[in-house]
Write a protein that binds this ligand. Structure first.
Ligand code: BES
Ligand code: MN
Ligand code: ZN
Length: 508
């Protein structure tokens, strides 16, 4: 299994050690988890969790340091202490909240992420958190240490290199393999974040397609790219219509992981790749328009996930279909009232050029269904209404009832927290057009997230189990960093999609 690729994010190296190091490098940091001794007793002392690798003296030093500084072990609280008997310059105690018999993955992942985020100027860490959960620790440390510095000149570039080396203490028999897999997952999420964080000046459809191709080829994916002429000829009216206002032509990228097994399930992935969304002629207000650099978050997560499926050699076929366009106003842009023909023949009256995502996605969904997938997972920064309904951290999951609930459950299990939402049949009435088969927006303000899902449902082939995951809020963090989530691109829902792919590989 190839773990890192030249084209993706360069994550810190991850190694497993079965004992604390002997040498004394004062710049190294040991990360340990601590809990409040007794939530009901404010005087109870903060306690080190999972101290198998530490002797009693070291544990006493850490706990005394926490007590002296008033550290209470609250979830995600970080405290730097010294433990003179240990071969580290300092120990970072990260709070895990209350003690538990079983540790939810995301409690450990968030603590590891918070710890990594708080380490400035440290290149190498050791940690005992892996005793609670090896995978969550590695993922949390990689994701928490994520940085995006490509566009900083010497004037503001960080002076340190950031975290470069993670050593997880573990005596588990398969620890190496598990750590390598977690590192691949963390790296894939970071790669998705890099795509999202790359500004629209530098990431436009042709360039995005080029990078997707390079990443895909580096892990052995088959790659097909349709340019504007090919899209026009094949009748991709949605992608062409949305892209026609921009001097930067649209693309449709297909990345294919073949398992080589005759009985393998086929999963289609579709991700919205609007490299910038001005709204087009139905232009958006200026205030937050720059956030629309993130309107390709679905595409970013899909591309990273299909590449990861190949790296992990998942025994299923995964076919990503990724439409890419820039939504701009110009004299060549589509107008409100234009009618276009989606790939497959459905005609659409474009009443609002800012409802562009569904137009490029409908084409992509019809194309994806030509491969006869068993399942289809589509994800997109589709509606502001998602953030109104569910906020900035919870993706809305819509689609076939059973598959929708399965995807939402798996999303919650990996800490991305997708929540099931309905697609009421009556909303289709709102998408009636006086001139075409459909209108691209409803005339009411009701249930905007669900209306978009109902629009997409029209294009899914009979018999395909499908979901639409609206990530308008969760894929791009406009607030402060928390846990393993930085400001900017988050990589959501790459880990949800991986969990679904693995579940399908295992259970069909
Ligand atoms: N890309 C936006 C949705 C969006 C909004 C993503 C905020 C992230 C944060 C999408 O293309 C859009 O503009 N949707 C419209 C749909 C409306 C015109 C029916 C919206 O949500 O306002
Ligand atoms: Mn829009
Ligand atoms: Zn958009």
């Amino acid at each position: 299994m190839a773990v890192s690729t030249k084209y993706g994010y360069q994550s810190p190296a991850v190694t497993v050690a079965t004992a604390l190091p002997k040498s004394d490098d004062s710049s190294d940091v040991l990360i340990v988890g601590v809990i409040s001794g007794d939530p009901d007793n404010p005087d109870a002392k903060t306690t080190v969790v999972a101290g198998e690798f530490l002797d009693a003296g070291a544990v006493a030093e850490i706990e005394a340091g926490c007590a002296a500084l008033g550290a209470k072990g609250g979830a995600d609280q970080v405290t730097r202490v010294v433990a003179p008997s240990l071969p580290f310059g300092s120990v970072l105690a990260v709070g895990l909240g209350k003690g538990r018999d079983e540790w939810p993955d995301d409690v450990v992942r968030r603590a590891a992420g918070t710890a990594a985020r708080s380490l400035n100027g440290t290149e190498a860490v050791f940690t005992t958190l892996g005793e609670l959960n090896l995978e969550a620790t590695v993922e949390g440390l990689i994701l928490g240490s994520y940085r995006f510095t490509e566009f900083r000149s010497a004037k503001t570039a960080p002076k340190d290199k950031g975290l470069r080396k993670i050593t997880v203490l573990s005596k588990a028999k398969d620890a190496k393999k598990r750590a390598a897999r977690a590192a691949a997952v963390g790296t894939a999420v970071a790669t998705a974040r890099d795509f999202v964080n790359t500004p629209p000046s530098h990431l436009y459809p042709a360039e995005f397609a080029k990078r997707a191709k390079a990443l895909g080829q580096s892990v052995g994916l088959e790659v097909e790219i349709l340019n504007r002429k090919a899209l026009e000829e094949a009748g991709f009216g949605g992608i062409v219509g949305v892209g026609q206002g921009s001097a930067r032509a649209p693309r449709l990228v297909r990345l294919i992981h073949r398992s080589g097994r005759a009985d393998a399930k086929t999963v289609a992935l579709v991700g919205k790749g609007i490299t910038f969304d001005t709204g087009g002629i139905s232009i958006k207000p200026a205030a937050s328009m720059h956030h629309m650099t993130s309107d390709m978050g679905g595409a970013a997560a899909v591309i990273a996930t299909v590449a990861l499926a190949a790296q992990l050699e998942l025994p299923i076929d995964v076919i990503a279909t990724v439409p890419m366009a820039e939504n701009m106003p110009s004299s060549t842009a589509q107008r409100p009232g234009d009618v276009l023909t989606q790939y497959g023949g459905t005609t659409v009256e474009v009443l609002n050029t800012d409802a562009e995502g569904r137009l490029i996605l409908a084409d992509a969904i019809v194309r994806a269904c030509e491969d006869d997938p068993d399942y289809l997972i589509e994800t997109s920064t589709l509606t502001g209404a998602q953030t109104v309904a569910l906020g900035a951290r919870i993706p809305g999951v819509m689609g076939s009832d059973e598959f929708r609930d399965r995807v939402a459950r798996l999303s919650q299990a990996v800490g991305e927290n997708g929540w099931p939402m309905p697609l009421p049949d009556e909303l289709k009435e709102d998408l009636k057009s006086t001139v075409a088969d459909l209108a691209n927006v409803s005339s009411t303000r009701f249930a905007g997230m669900l209306v978009a899902g109902v629009y997409l449902r029209e294009f899914v082939a009979e018999g395909v189990q499908w979901v639409h995951i609206d990530i308008a809020g969760p894929s791009y963090n406009t607030g402060g960093p928390w846990g393993y989530t930085p400001k900017g691109g988050t990589g959501v829902p790459a880990r949800t999609m991986l969990a679904v792919l693995e579940d399908i590989a295992e259970n069909g």
